[in-house]
Design a protein around this ligand. Structure first.
Ligand code: DIR
Ligand code: MN
Ligand code: MN
Length: 311
């Protein structure tokens, strides 16, 4: 099978340096070799990491409270064209981040390509401790990695081309086709947005109550059979025990096996069209071992989504 690779060494959606080194760390630990040799994919695209330094604007003052709005917008516009290219050719697309703001681009590109190629709307499974659905106005931080879902669904809109005004309707995601898994740190404004829009969300409470097996059944039932799925996986969905090296760790998260199970179940649908793995920041763990654990966990999630089988 053909796999499009997009590597995004980018940290501009949040304030901590080092998340731009995530893709390099994942690749150096052998992820692409494993995908090629053990899982048998034919790889297309970036085998060396892209940093998009040429897109840095001359000046980038805050806008509607957003930090680095022109930079994050420009990088995402470029990413959208890259995932669009892969997805238009019918390739499963794997994006290695970078902070989670890059999902604006990855999802915009696959959504548009899937409308054109299959005349279908995509569904998104967003696995994260956070909902990332702040609008610029509800955000306390101004960090755009907390806003991608708002821009993708059109809950946040902007006309100014250089600040996400390039996002067209055919790049958007329906709130009905969005499912969250793993939530445990959601801002008050975000809770209101989730409620008012009737967005399906499985928090850690739901996972404790039903178990991950039943939660995945319910999540996939909500999306419906035969719907193309974009899986956007923030490594901070995992408990810091498994993924300590990330910008905003939150205790009480998924075990590595629960994370792998989510990826395996999505793979098993046969409907997976794209995967993002984001927020691996090798410089944030207290120990070198912690950074390695996080990278290993990230690799495991990706391999499971790509169909690594246990037996
Ligand atoms: C918070 C944190 N909700 C914000 N978001 C994070 O800044 O909007 N997302 N850490 O991953
Ligand atoms: Mn996130
Ligand atoms: Mn998160």
């Amino acid at each position: 099978e053909d796999l499009g690779i997009v590597t995004v060494g980018f940290s501009g959606g949040q304030p901590k340096a080092g998340v731009d080194a995530g893709p390099t760390a994942l690749i150096e630990s052998g992820l692409l070799t494993q995908i090629r040799e053990e899982l048998g994919y034919k790889l297309h695209g970036d085998e060396t990491v892209k940093f998009y330094n040429d897109l840095t604007p001359a000046s980038d003052p805050d806008y509607r409270g957003m930090k680095n709005p022109r930079l994050v917008s420009a990088v995402n516009r470029k990413i959208a064209s890259e995932t669009y290219e892969h997805s238009s050719k019918g390739r499963l697309t794997l994006t290695l981040g970078g902070d989670h703001s890059i999902a604006i681009g990855t999802i915009a590109g696959t959504a548009k390509a899937t409308r054109e190629r299959l005349n279908r709307e995509i569904a998104v499974i967003w696995v994260d401790a956070h909902a990332d659905i702040n609008t610029p106005e509800t955000s306390d931080s101004g960090n755009i990695h907390g806003m991608p879902v708002a821009f993708l669904t059109g809950i946040a809109k902007e006309d100014k081309e250089e600040c996400f005004g390039w996002i067209q309707d055919d790049m958007r995601l329906s709130v009905k086709k969005l499912v969250y898994i793993g939530l445990r740190d959601v801002d008050a404004g975000e809770k209101r947005i989730l409620r008012e829009n009737g967005i399906k969300a499985f928090s850690m409470f739901d996972i404790d109550r039903h178990g991950i097996g039943r939660v995945m059944e319910m999540a996939l039932a909500h999306i419906g059979n035969d719907t193309p799925i974009h899986l956007s996986f923030d490594v901070d969905a995992l408990d810091p025990m498994w993924a300590p090296s990330t910008g905003t760790p939150v205790r009480g998260g998924l075990t590595l096996r629960e994370g792998d199970y989510i990826c395996e179940s999505v793979h098993a649908t046969g409907n997976l069209i794209a995967i993002d793995l984001v927020e691996v920041n090798p410089s944030l763990a207290a120990t070198e071992a912690g950074a390695q654990e996080t990278v290993r966990a990230g690799c495991s999630l990706v391999r499971c989504a790509l169909g690594e089988t246990l037996l």
